[in-house]
Design a protein around this ligand. Sequence first.
Ligand SMILES: [Fe+2]
Length: 304
Amino acid sequence: MAQTELGNKIDRWLLKKGFRAEKPLSTLRLIEARRKATDPLGFLSSRGGAGSVTKASKWGSYVPRGTGYRMFEPGTFPELPAIIAAGEAIYKRHETELNKDVNKRYFFNLMSEEDVATYPVLIDFALSKPVTEIATGYFGHVPRLHSLGIFYSAVNDTVAGSQIFHVDGDCLAQLKCFINVWGVESGGGEFTFLNKQQTTEAMRRTGLLKTITDEIVAKSVPPENQVHVFGAAGSGVFCDTSRCLHQGSRARERPRLVFQFQYVSRPDALLQRKGKVGGGHVHVTPALIAGLKLSNPQASRFVS
Ligand SMILES: [Fe+2]
């Protein structure tokens, strides 16, 4: 997301005008095209470098590009028990802050930058060889790890923001991973989505504008055919939330705690934001990983 101030200004203007004109997809395409044109070498190097990451990897086709998601069980990755323990520890550390002022009460991050170093298993897993190979295989280029966090969903009765069916407008393709730190059952605000093939161009458009209702979605894909990420602690999903219409955090009966990290395409369509909104993710930067002993010697290729 290394953007010049002028570039960022142009993109902010495009985003405002494009969404107001109800052309969100064309707008994102335009922003990414502008960024490709201003950094052709970065674009080419992310494409050229993918082969060396996925060569001889058993993980390269783990997330099918056709459906845009893959669920996994608690035994899939050896790090999952340590990830659950780290998520629990971060929750306990910040339990007294659950009522702090946050942007979205139904989904906010408890993890601080300091926690990243104290519980390195979380970022180490997000940048591990298997995960970077999964992400690179899915994108077909070397993507960027943008953010991570331990996200808490308080019990709530709202349908607002990301609780409404939508697609994420950060870029045209991304891969989010949600790992259940606590087991998720019905009433626990489960992440719910349509796969990439079921998510039509019209749904992407209205999903970006957040004007699509549950009823409209159900006419195309009834709730029983939507994917619900229920499961024990350590289960989870990789999902392209830019391409799969989704909602979550409708936690009506019990709270939810998940570890989430997010890979975005190069280029993405993200805008630099001034100031920090309470409860937002931890932004992954070279400074954040400096000094950490990461198991993947190639990890820094995925951070910029
Ligand atoms: Fe989302």
